[in-house]
Design a protein around this ligand. Structure first.
Ligand SMILES: [Fe+2]
Ligand SMILES: [Fe+2]
Length: 129
């Protein structure tokens, strides 16, 4: 398993935490499929699953922050959009070039998504109006 869940990533909201874990599972499946050089169809299925989980999660999270009146809602929406764009770019553009999709996925998980969870998702729940 490439991306290992750590309880330091817990935000304290069960639904959000469960969705974060699902994203880890899907990212691990995709990373594994890339590493094993699986055929195109399998890779695309794994990527689509990850993208679906991420989209659903971001949308649920935004609904929740809106419901609790978090002052960080707009910042979250902007950042979610960037994260989605980056993930799509990894798959649809870089993968067919010289860049290694596995390495880019590592970067996205370790330098983008996990810091977002730890710094911003944790904060967004505390900053209610
Ligand atoms: Fe999140
Ligand atoms: Fe978020």
């Amino acid at each position: 398993m490439r991306y290992v869940w750590n309880d330091e990533y817990l935000t304290g909201n069960k639904k959000i935490d469960d969705q974060h874990r699902l994203i880890f599972d899907a990212a691990n499946m995709l990373s594994d499929a890339v590493k094993r050089g699986k055929e195109e169809q399998i890779l695309n299925q794994a990527f689509t699953l990850l993208l679906d989980y991420v989209n659903t999660h971001f949308s649920d999270e935004e609904d929740y922050y809106e419901k609790i009146g978090s002052s960080l809602l707009t910042a979250q929406k902007d950042e979610h959009q960037s994260l989605i764009n980056e993930l799509r770019e990894i798959w649809y553009e870089k993968r067919h070039g010289s860049t290694d999709a596995g390495t880019d996925l590592d970067y996205w998980m370790e330098k983008r998504l996990i810091p977002h969870i730890v710094a911003e998702d944790t904060q967004a729940q505390k900053t209610t109006k």
